[in-house]
Each structure stands twice: as C-alpha cells, then as structure tokens.
Design a protein. Structure first.
Length: 683
C-alpha cells in the first residue's frame, strides 16, 4: 500500500495524529470602551476575573512529557490514542486586553486571533509560563497535505505548529469556536501552521476545543457525528444523531471517542497486529473485524476499550454492491470509576444527579459507509455515519398534547411522548440517542425541525433523566439486556438510510441508500462480566426464534434463508406474537399519506420471504398483519402454522403466495382469508 503518494487517513488531515505537538495558548478579553452594552459578560465570573488569567489556566495542557498527565486536553489525547499522540501546551503568562477603540473589528469573533497576535506583539518577546521558546512550539514541518505523511522537525524560519486563542467575553460567548490551517499573523516574528479560537465565558471550553482541534486530524464538517452534527450538513439519516465520538459535541452521550475513531487514525497499542483487535476464547489476540454470516462466529473476549483498544466489528450481509455497506461495532466500556479514564462517562452525570450514569457493559453502534481510509476520496462522504444501538430498544414515539417542564438538565418546556411494547419498532423506530422530527408548515419533515427527547412516558411511567445525553438503560450488560439479535429489540438487521440535506432525499429513495431491511440471523450474547473488566461474548449467525412478542415495521423487509442447509429461517415460538405493522416513525421526508386516522411518512410494511426459506408458527403463536402490511412468500418458500396457531390479517392487509411457495394452515382459515381477498395465490 502506497502511504506516501496516496492519501491515508492515518496520516491525518492537516495535522499528524501521531507523535508530539505543543500548542501556544493566548488568553484575551475585550474591553468594550465604545459600546459597553455589547459586553456579554461585563462583571466577569469567579472562574475568570476581568484583567486576569482564568483560574483553570494550568488545567488545559501539560507543558512537558510526563508519566501521568494532569491537563485535561493533554490527558484526553493521551487516553484516546493510548499514548500514540501527545498534545502539550503552554500559555503566554499575561492577559491580552483588546480595546474596541483600538481594534474596531473586534466584533468579528472568528477573526479574533489576528487581533490577539497584534496585542501580544506589544510585549516585545515570547514569555510563556514555563519559559519556553518558539523552538519548543515548532516540532513539525509546515506544509502537511491532507492524508499525506507529516514530517517531524523544525522549520526555517521557525513556525508555531498551532496558536490557540481563548476569549473571556467575545461574540463566541461559551463553547463556540473554530479552527483552520494557516496563521493569524506573525507572533514575535514567526507565523503559525494552524490556528483556533474559542469562547470561555462560563468555564474552560473543553468540549468545543477538542471537537474543533479534532477536525485537523479527521477532516471537514462532513465528519460531524455522535452528537456533533448540525441540521445543515448532508447526512445518512433523517434524524440528528447523538452517541459518542471524537467528532461529537454538545449532544453526545459518552464524552470519549470510539473504535471507529481509533481505527481511522491508526491508534492501536504497541505490538498489536490486527487493525481491529479482540481476544479469542483462549485469551489470544485475534482479528476483531469479522463476518459472522460467513462463519466468523464463536466466543470472543473484549477487554476495556479505553485501556486496551479491543473492539468487534461485525459486517452485515445481503446489502447489494451498489448500496452503502454497514457494520455493527461493539465496545466494552468499564467507565471512569473502574478504568480511571475521566472521559469514559456520560455527558452530565457528574454535574447532574438526575442523570443515570454510565455502567460497565457493551456499547454498540452501526457504521454506514465511510470505510475509505485510503484513496483520493478519503476525506469525502457524509456526516452522521454512526448510529447508536441502544439496549433500551427502538420505538415509535407517540406525541402527547402540549408541553411539560423537564427538570433534569436546565429546566424548560419540552414536547413529551409515549412509548410502550405496543409501539415497539425494532427495525425502524427511534432510539434514545437521536432527535425525532416534527412536521413543518408545508407538511414536510426536515432535520431543522426536531426536538430533543427529554420527558418520556414508558408504559405510563414518567421518565425525566436526560436520557438523550446517556442513560444506563442504553448499555448491554450480562445481568440486564444481554442479547442483540435478529429477534430482539433492537436487532442486528441493517438500518434504513436516507441521505439528505435536511429536507430532501439526495438519492431519491434509490441506491446507494439502503431502503430494504435484510434480516440476517446474526446474534451477540453477553455470557460473562469478569472481575478484571473483560466481557465474554458469543457471536452467532442462526438467531431465528422469536421468544417474545415482536413488532416489525419497514417499507421493505427481506427474510433470507439461513447459511446452513435445512434450517428454519424464522420460528415464532409458542404463545408469541409477531406483528407486521406500518411504521409511525418516518422512513421518508415528503409525501405524507393520511390513513387509519393519522398521517404517515412511511409505506405499509412488506415482508418478503425468499425462496427455500421456511417460516414456522408454533402452536398458540400468532402472525398478525395490520395497517396495509403484506407478506410475500416467494417461489420455494413456505410457512407452516402449528396447532392452534393464529393468522390474523386486517381488512387492509394481505398474504401473497407466489408460484411454488406453500402455506400450511387450517383449511377453514385458508378458505376464509381467500374469500375475503386477504390471502392471494399467484402463479
């Protein structure tokens, strides 16, 4: 593989994600001596007094390499990279005051860096808190190109690798900022290779700082994911996603990065050979990038993700070559209380006692597309390419009338909704870590009109725990929700995608979007949580028996034959009901349809059973079709109803038996549905 002349994501976008870099930090404030009313914080704050440096000035970076890091940003990158990337820093040891009368453009918040540099130059020479020189901030040669190797060393003349400005009281207010390659101007006679600026009005702007800096490693705004996206960016899903990632933001659940991030940047422990690593049943290192449907099954062991880098990635089968590929990722997070990684926790669990904190277990998500680590399109493709798989399940959220005041996390009014087993929607429902859509004035859906799920009524019980930002119920655990499979909620089937720019489907419902759900039999079972933090899992490819009532909804669902000859493709166990229903969760953004007393942004569910696939409905089990649903048995397929098994088809739904397919049920039942036109036999 040519990693010199062909872009490779492990080389980073404009900065290398390997080795050591040191950032020069400037603290400044604005004196609104011409328009005092514009000052967003005229009285300053305890954490940052007017005319002084902030109290947290020494908590951002460590200045020198160390055995253990104390600076929050330095520690974050050390933890995420497992020691492969060290971000040090030091600051000019005086506050820079920018007077509005001297700098009339000070209101342009994103150009504040150039003004801060001009003001700093009045000091005459560089004077940092730890007495460093410009050479200490010039560890990389300038001119690194996206995806190409970056070279350690000094420039001639020197050039700061990165100059960062944090402002007490600017238009950036708090937790806003930006980053870009290039220089804000000569600082004590030297340019810089890259620059950033942030607002720190209420506290250290930690989240936006690491998010924006991460752009220099990952790529542009099309890498927003895990709670870091915005409605205006082209995305794979109609719903704004939460979750966790180094490219997340204020809407994340976990504060840490994920295995996709580490794989993208080439971060793995010293000596590990596999791109994605796990352990086998004997504790030996093995390839964690697996294809279960084609035989990569058995026992796997995952150590704590943050400290070992272990993960599993399961390829999902049956997706055509002209559609987006998909994978399921599994990570074992033992959380900060056990692994000591401060970022391995939910967003607000330390600040807000109402939040149900992160617990040790398996954290899962789906990857859509974006597997291009190498090549000329390595920085292309689209945002929200990861979607969390929440152990709490997928549901149609039924809106309640009016709003209520949520108490958890900054009280305010919010829409509320109901979920219950009746609205469970394993295949196309909303999950905890995404923002449902609201219909706009033109009867369309757009990502710009959404709500953050805050108050939920689950089976009638009110839940106000900020679950969108992380909740213990979202974690797979040995003693809780311990299985993820074809017959569970959530399931292991691929997800529907709809590449959109907020309100329009870019691919107009065609490829490469995934518009069919393929049931695959893949399963993951948690077998053991060991005292040392390891979790033992069994990965299988023949999970085909429904043991609990289940509701499947999707415009198109395909049940494929098992990989093993003679096995049943689907069994509905005794006393269990499988309902095929129309999704109340949108699967499209336009063309609403009025039916059954409500408006639908989905099509009726069609389940296709492929040839040679067999479905068994055991005694006293039930298969129910409602709201225009259709079951199509293709030639060679069969469905067998056991004694006292029920087939329920409402007046808008039907079962279609094609060619040589067979349906075996009570003759009386067959005659009744044929007479009513709900059971159709086609040549």
């Amino acid at each position: 593989m040519d990693t010199v002349n062909v872009p490779n994501s492990t080389n980073g976008w404009f900065m290398s994600p390997h080795g050591t870099i040191r950032i020069l930090l400037l603290f400044c404030e604005i004196e609104y001596d011409k328009t005092p009313a514009k000052d967003p914080q005229p009285n300053s704050a305890d954490h940052w007094r007017k005319g002084q440096l902030p109290t947290w000035k020494d908590e951002v970076f460590d200045a020198q390499p160390a055995a253990a890091y104390l600076g929050q940003v330095t520690r974050y990158y050390h933890d995420m990279s497992m020691g492969r990337y060290t971000v040090l820093g030091d600051y000019i040891d005086t506050i820079l005051t920018l007077r509005e009368s001297e700098y009339p453009t000070v209101g342009n918040a994103h150009a504040i860096g150039a003004l801060a540099v001009k003001e700093a130059n009045k000091l005459g020479s560089l004077r940092t808190h730890h007495g460093l020189t410009v050479a200490d901030f010039d560890l990389w040669k300038r001119g690194g190109k996206p995806g190409r190797p970056k070279h350690a060393g000094t420039d001639d003349p020197h050039s700061y690798d990165h100059v960062m400005v944090i402002v007490r009281n600017s238009g950036l207010t708090h937790n806003q900022g930006s980053v870009d390659p290039g220089s804000p101007g000569k600082l004590f006679g030297y340019e810089s290779d890259s620059q950033s600026r942030f607002g720190g009005m209420y506290a250290m702007p930690y989240e936006i700082l690491q998010h924006e800096y991460n752009h220099l490693l990952f790529g542009g705004n099309n890498f927003h994911v895990g709670g870091g996206n915005a409605a205006q960016f082209t995305s794979y899903f109609p719903f704004m996603q939460g979750g966790w990632s180094m490219m997340s933001g204020s809407n994340s659940s976990l504060l840490t990065g994920n295995a996709w991030d580490r794989d993208r940047l080439g971060w793995r422990p010293e000596g590990v050979q596999h791109r994605i690593n796990a352990l086998d049943a004997n504790g030996a290192s093995c390839n964690g990038d697996i294809d279960p449907y084609n035989g990569d099954t058995g026992i796997y062991v995952l150590r704590d993700f943050m400290t070992s880098g272990d993960a599993l990635r399961l390829r999902l089968p049956f997706l055509p070559e002209n559609e987006y590929a998909q994978w399921i990722w599994l990570e074992n997070h033992q959380t900060y209380k056990k692994n000591g990684i401060l970022s391995d926790r939910f967003h607000y669990e330390l600040e807000m006692p109402c939040v149900s904190g992160a617990v040790p277990g398996i954290y899962a998500y789906v990857q859509v597309d974006r597997d291009n680590r190498y090549g000329n399109d390595v920085y292309g493709q689209h945002s929200d390419y990861l979607r969390a798989i929440s152990a709490s399940g997928h549901y149609d959220r039924l809106m309640r009338d009016g709003t209520e005041t949520f108490e958890c996390l900054w009280p305010g009014p919010t829409p509320t909704y109901d979920v219950s087993e009746r609205t469970a929607n394993a295949l196309t429902g909303n999950q905890d870590n995404e923002q449902p859509l609201l219909v706009d004035d033109s009867d369309k859906l757009t990502r710009a009109k959404h709500y953050v799920p805050r108050i939920e009524y689950r089976d009638g019980r009110k839940i106000d725990q900020g679950h969108y930002f992380g909740h213990a119920r979202q974690v797979f655990t040995v003693n809780g929700v311990s299985k993820l499979g074809m017959t569970t909620n959530p399931g292991t089937a691929n997800v529907l995608t709809l590449l959109n720019q907020g309100s329009n489907a870019v691919n107009k419902g065609g490829p490469p979007d995934n518009r069919t759900v393929h049931l695959n039999g893949i399963s993951v079972e948690l077998l053991e949580q060991r005292a040392n933090g390891e979790i033992v899992l069994r990965v299988g490819n023949d999970d085909r028996t429904i043991h609990h009532d289940l509701r499947w909804c999707a415009d198109s669902i395909v049940l494929h034959a098992p990989p093993y000859h003679g096995r049943v493709a689907l069994t509905i166990a005794k006393g269990v009901r499988l309902q095929l229903d129309r999704s109340a969760t949108p699967t499209r953004l336009i063309d609403p349809e009025r039916a059954n007393g409500r408006t639908w942004f989905s099509s009726p569910t069609h389940l296709t059973v492929t040839g040679s696939s067999q479905v068994v409905v055991e005694p006293r089990a039930e298969l129910e079709l409602v709201h225009g649903s259709e079951l199509h048995l293709m030639p060679g397929a069969s469905i067998i109803f056991g004694k006292q098994a029920k087939l329920t088809i409402d007046s808008s739904s039907r079962v279609v038996v094609h060619g040589s397919a067979t349906l075996k049920a009570k003759a009386k039942l067959v005659r009744k549905f044929k007479r009513k036109g709900r059971l159709v036999f086609e040549p």
